[in-house]
Design a protein around this ligand. Structure first.
Ligand SMILES: Cc1cc2nc3c(=O)[nH]c(=O)nc-3n(C[C@H](O)[C@H](O)[C@H](O)COP(=O)(O)OP(=O)(O)OC[C@H]3O[C@@H](n4cnc5c(N)ncnc54)[C@H](O)[C@@H]3O)c2cc1C
Ligand code: SF4
Length: 491
């Protein structure tokens, strides 16, 4: 363990962000890395508590106390080996992960006000800055050594992966490093899934993703873009051409707004809006006739999660006249409720960097109708306040309002994978929530595996990577078993 009384002597330092006035003028990353000297101090706050909860909070089981200690000692190369033993893409998680590890850090037992300004806070000051320490290790490797690590032996087995999001890419890397010949099929024009076309550049610079993809290619992973499996090629043809098939197609079915007027021009799903902006930042063209822009408009975002928050940050940068975020559920508390104890994930109000950049937030508001303006496009929405009562949301009489709105963005979550198509052609059984049913990564179809949002529903990047790793283990074990039975049959 590092510094015995570090957690008592060293103040927690929250991470810094670029000033709002500066960052809203571009799409560059908003979060600043910590200086190494500062990080060594922050890592020294780790108590190495004997029974650590942080690495259980982390879906990847990252060996957090181990690398905190190594960072404190300045042994970054060893810390990097430890970190990469459980996480394929730490440079990505350390930028976008909501850090459930920190929520379950023992130093978070007495959590300070989560909305305290980004400055040093006295005393315990909250959990170890695990995510920042992870970023320092990841960026160190990124700057110095991200050489491909191709497998030494080839297995002669071929695996097809559908989808190049974090689950598909993590599975691809794990399988390629075990010597299998891996081909990833992606329907978009560039690989990365939501890392590419969902999460904005101000949270994740796409150069970071590019370098990792380059590494995967260097390890022998083939990535075929603009191939929609189920449309351009049948999944059963892939089954015939490959020894195993991994489905990592995400949960792309957005929750619709089922009210009159929701089909008016100017009402868009968040992903349509965000994808276009990421394309523009990457230098791509968006035809003017199709462009969805917030510039000069009164924007309303329905849904208060990550997707909604990304819409706010993007709309502010595009120069929206105003941005209003409406959430159906009541405002969460500032601190944990008694029935939500540590080390559970705290169900508290979250304020993202985008929320700090402008716009307003309201909770407990339900949209009833979308109204057309004189030009036939969305011009206003009619809302009503709601309050929970006996497990349901009840309308508050007399709270109806008409709010002006020239761009309405729907960010109310995702219902699961697209039904029909690929899944229907394969005959995969779905679970009660409409996700692909799996048992230890294996679907109902022999030799077909599923991971990430496609199997668990909308989740997090860290969970997708963890699932990609697990499904790679399952597919590898299956291929080995098949090899063993083929050898026995041949003898
Ligand atoms: C706007 C937004 C912001 C988010 N922000 C965060 C965040 O800050 N932090 C966080 O942890 N999580 C965040 N998430 C959630 C996170 O991005 C997802 O949980 C994660 O990307 C899921 O990974 P995946 O690999 O399962 O699927 P995806 O990333 O969805 O990738 C699936 C890929 O499969 C491809 N595909 C689908 N069907 C086919 C087919 N038939 N043929 C070929 N290709 C196909 C898709 O084009 C896509 O590229 C966010 C989600 C959204 C929508
Ligand atoms: S991946 Fe997320 S949960 Fe895991 S250590 Fe990093 S920040 Fe924490």
């Amino acid at each position: 363990m590092g510094k015995a009384r570090g957690f008592l002597e060293i103040r927690k330092h929250k991470n810094d962000y670029r000033p709002v006035a500066e960052r809203v003028r571009d799409f560059g990353e908003v979060e600043l890395p910590m200086a190494l000297a500062e990080l060594r101090d922050q890592a020294a706050r780790c108590m190495d508590c004997g029974v650590p909860f942080c690495h259980q909070g982390c879906p990847l089981g990252n060996l957090i106390p181990e690398w905190n200690d190594l960072v404190m000692q300045g042994r970054l190369a060893e810390a990097a080996r430890s970190l990469h033993s459980t996480n394929n893409f730490p440079e990505i998680t350390s930028r976008v992960c909501p850090a459930p590890c920190e929520a379950s850090c023992v130093l978070n037992l007495e959590a300070p006000d989560p909305h305290a300004p980004a400055q040093s806070v006295p005393g315990y000051g909250g959990p170890v800055s695990i995510k920042n320490v992870e970023r320092a290790i990841a960026d160190h490797v990124f700057a110095s050594d991200l050489a491909p690590r191709p497998a030494e032996h080839r297995s002669g087995r071929r695996v097809a992966i559908v989808g190049s999001g974090p689950a598909g890419l993590a599975a691809a890397q794990q399988l390629a490093r075990r010597g299998h010949e891996v081909t990833v099929f992606e329907k978009a024009d560039r690989p990365g899934g939501l890392l590419r076309y969902g999460i904005p550049d101000f949270k994740l610079d796409k150069g970071v993703l590019e370098r990792r993809i380059e590494q995967l290619r260097g390890e022998g992973v083939r990535i075929e873009t603009s191939v929609n499996v189920g449309v351009d090629v049948s999944p059963n043809e892939l089954r015939a051409r490959f020894d195993a098939l991994v489905l990592a197609g995400g949960a792309e079915r957005p929750r619709p707004l089922a009210v009159p007027g929701a089909d008016l021009p100017g009402v868009h799903y968040a992903m349509e809006f965000l994808t276009q902006q990421n394309r523009r930042v990457a230098g791509g063209e968006v035809p003017e006739a199709d462009a969805i822009l917030a510039t000069g408009k009164r924007v309303v975002v329905l849904g208060g999660g990550d997707t909604g928050s990304d819409c706010i940050g993007t709309a502010v940068r595009q120069g929206a006249a105003s941005v209003l975020s409406l959430e159906l559920l009541p405002r969460p508390p500032d601190r944990r409720a008694p029935n939500n104890p540590w080390p559970e994930w705290p169900l508290v109000l979250r304020t993202s960097s985008s929320h700090d950049e402008g716009g307003e937030r309201e909770f407990g508001v339900m949209t009833q109708r979308v109204l057309a303006g004189d030009d036939g496009r969305v011009g206003a929405i009619v809302t009503v306040r709601v309050t929970p009562k006996q497990g349901r949301l009840e309308e508050i009489a007399g709270s109806e309002r008409q709010l002006p709105c020239e761009l309405l963005l729907l960010a109310m979550g995702f219902l699961g994978p697209v039904q029909g198509g690929l899944l229907q052609q394969l005959g995969c059984v779905l679970d009660a929530r409409g996700n692909v049913a799996t048992k230890a990564g294996q679907t109902s179809v022999a030799g077909v595996f599923a991971a990430g949002d496609m199997a668990r529903g909308q989740s997090l990047v860290v969970s997708a990577i963890a699932e990609g790793r697990r499904v790679a283990d399952a597919a590898h074990a299956w291929l080995e078993q098949r090899r063993a039975s083929e050898t026995t049959a041949a003898e």
